[in-house]
Ligand binder design. Structure first.
Ligand code: PGA
Length: 246
């Protein structure tokens, strides 16, 4: 693991955006795996700044990790809407090159198979950005008895529903299912970058990277990733002892 500590969320966002910008400058048609949630908002703000300062997204291709089942792309809480609002509409990316699971497709098998096919056709992911859920999920790969390889439809856990209720008017409005990229595509990404900030992420980060690799903590699989970088602030790293990390 490559650990990049930061003093706070702003610095972590800046470092993560620089990491992504270096990727794009090195390979203009990079396939970026993108994440949603609170953690990447600051990164996307910085990437918009980088675009205004000359970073070219015209060849960049993106695949998002996940989407709520039942929400159309114009629903304000859909991840498609999030991506357009926070990033895509502010940069020169081609909308033909952005990909997000279709939450309105009720044909689960078809949607999952077509997303897997798409990632294959893109040649896999060059750089996958991840947050981490309080229960250790990555994307919406929730704690389970096994790692699910391909894109699949998950029942969101109660802790995830509670964590995401802050974006909805009522907790009962939070969709209970989501499409998510599986663990295989995340692990096959050439580079993986995780951002984690705040003391509420400290325990799960420690469990994920000091504990056993287990599907009960999906992020723990990243211990096996050959090119994994964690950018985290001091609060999130409070239980880390750098000397004992691999
Ligand atoms: P957060 O979510 O960035 O909103 O904390 C992270 C995640 O659930 O993956």
């Amino acid at each position: 693991m490559n650990l990049i500590p930061a003093t706070n969320y702003d610095e972590a966002s800046k470092k993560a955006a620089e990491f992504i910008a270096v990727q794009i400058k090195g390979k203009s048609d990079s396939v970026l795996g993108l994440a949603t949630g609170g953690s990447p908002v600051g990164i996307y703000e910085r990437l918009v700044d980088a675009y205004r300062a000359g970073l070219d997204f015209s060849q960049v291709r993106t695949v998002n990790l996940d989407e709520y089942v039942g929400l159309a792309s114009d629903h304000p809480q859909s991840y498609a809407y999030y991506m357009h609002t926070n990033l895509f509409r502010h940069i020169n990316i081609s909308l033909d090159n952005v990909h997000i699971p279709d939450g309105t497709d009720r044909n689960i098998q078809q949607q999952c198979a077509s997303y897997d096919r798409l990632i294959g056709e893109l040649g896999g992911i060059d750089l996958q950005l991840l947050g981490i859920g309080h229960n250790g999920h990555i994307g919406f790969n929730e704690p389970s008895t096994e790692f699910t390889k391909g894109t699949h439809c998950v029942d969101l856990t109660q802790t995830t529903i509670e964590a995401n209720a802050r974006y909805f008017e009522r907790e009962t409005d939070v969709p209970v299912k989501a499409y998510t990229m599986g663990i295989l595509h995340i692990m096959q990404a050439k580079k993986v970058l995780m951002i984690a900030c705040g003391s509420d992420k400290a325990r799960i980060l420690h469990r994920a990277f000091y504990g056993p690799v287990t599907p009960e903590v999906p992020a723990s699989i990243l211990q096996f990733h050959p090119n994994f970088t964690l950018i985290a602030d001091n609060q999130a790293l409070q239980y880390f002892n750098k000397n004992t990390l691999n």
